[in-house]
Design a binder for this molecule. Structure first.
Ligand SMILES: [Zn+2]
Ligand SMILES: [Zn+2]
Length: 412
């Protein structure tokens, strides 16, 4: 089996990996490069973007833009495999965004024809067998894969972490469904960011709950597809006895998770409690705010899940009383010096806000524990801007194969 990293050896965004055996090719992820990182632009990859694709397929680890965002540029005949629930969430997101950005209409069409897989159920393509396992990440229904051909195996981690609500299951899942492998193709987002994982998702939830109890008016900005954070906020609001307010789009996303999640179905995190999220009503293109609604919010207090749009800004202006705003995503988006600066978000958020966030990616000590379970011959870092540091960190226990974009490695 040959492993080729087309992109991602020196940047976090836009990873594309190829597993090849006997002329068959399994590609993993085809996303966008991130703002602020290096740019290689549109890729030209033989037997993926052009040429004979009759023995090629694409696997998607999860719905984040840096993993799925560019699939509309690939030939329509290319078979695409994606997790069942992740596909549904991306369909709702793209349907919501298609009027703003035409690419999302293409995304909808593409995903309607995609093949789906489920955790713990092995499937195959040509000589490859793939075992998807669920990993904890800031995207729901995110996967790592064991990929095997002709007796050689690799574990492709995708994006994952060990400090989320569901992370504790990872060692057990690896032991049951993966076992030992020959190689690990591993994400290394946080190699150079040791502080990104300071807090666990559970600690964050406690922090939110305390704030919600102390403050009557709460407005939180977070990614609409960061499912675990969203449900965490919902339960924190419930415990603080505040009304949990979302728009119809956000509610639809939450409903998918409560109705369709079989694997984690028993988890209380993804179940509605005493009352369901309250859905904002529309009135002539704006959110409806009548006196009775204001009185209702004033009586109980609220947690509003907002996005940086004029409609939400206008709603917030019309709700009377003090409001505490929260940013529950990476603060680079509102840092004027960052290349990922989002002026819209910075304006909606204003100057005074509380930043409560933790990374969707693993810290390095936890990664070491995962490697010890997998016992690979070698590690191949991708999805990282610090491959040298990754190599330095892990070469005491494993050999680390350092590749450049476009390099191929013969995995025996
Ligand atoms: Zn991700
Ligand atoms: Zn990523």
């Amino acid at each position: 089996m040959n492993i080729k990293i087309h992109r991602g050896t020196h940047q976090i965004g836009g990873c594309v990996t190829e597993y090849e055996y006997d002329g068959w090719r399994l590609f993993v992820d085809y996303g966008e490069e991130l703002p602020g990182g290096p740019k290689s632009g549109d890729l030209r990859i033989e037997r993926l973007t052009h040429g004979d694709i009759s023995k090629s397929a694409l696997l998607i680890t999860h719905y984040h833009g840096d993993h799925i965002g560019s699939i509309t540029k690939l030939p329509v005949e290319l078979p695409i495999y994606i997790g069942k629930v992740g596909r549904e969430i991306q369909l709702v997101l793209s349907d919501h965004l298609k009027s703003v950005d035409g690419i999302h209409q293409e995304m909808v069409e593409r995903l309607q024809h995609a093949n789906t897989f489920e955790a713990g159920k092995e499937f195959s393509f040509g000589p490859f067998s793939m075992m998807p396992i669920t990993v904890d990440h800031s995207a729901f229904d995110a996967y790592a894969f064991k990929i095997e051909a002709a007796g050689v195996s690799a574990f492709h981690t995708g994006d994952f972490r060990t400090h989320g609500f569901r992370s504790k299951k990872l060692p057990e899942v690896i032991q049951k469904y993966v076992g030992k492998v020959d190689y690990v193709v591993c994400e290394g987002t946080n190699v150079a960011r040791p502080n990104a994982t300071n807090k666990t998702e559970r600690e964050l939830q406690q922090q939110f709950e305390e704030h919600f109890k102390a403050s009557k008016g709460n407005v939180v900005y977070l990614s609409s597809t960061n499912i675990d954070r969203l449900f965490s906020l919902y339960h924190a609001a419930l415990r603080a006895k505040r009304v949990f307010l979302v728009d119809a789009y956000q509610k639809k996303i939450m409903d998918i998770v409560t109705q369709k999640d079989s694997l984690w179905g028993k988890s209380e995190l993804y179940q509605y409690g005493e009352y369901e999220p309250k859905v904002l009503k529309y009135d002539k293109g704006e959110f409806w705010v009548a006196d009775e609604f204001k009185a209702f919010l004033d009586k109980l207090g609220y947690v509003l899940i907002a996005r940086a749009t004029p409609r939400f800004d206008h709603l917030i202006e019309r709700i009377p009383g003090e409001k505490l705003k929260y940013l529950s995503m990476w603060d680079g988006y509102v840092d004027g010096k960052s290349e990922a600066y989002n002026e819209r978000l910075a304006n909606s958020l204003g100057k005074r806000f509380v930043h409560i966030h933790t990374s969707g990616h693993s810290d390095m000590n936890s990664m070491r524990e995962v490697f010890r379970l997998l016992q690979p011959k070698a590690l191949i870092p991708i999805h990282t801007d610090a491959p040298e540091q990754f190599a330095k960190l892990f070469s005491d226990e494993w050999s680390v194969i350092r590749l450049n974009d476009g390099d191929s490695f013969s995995a025996l």
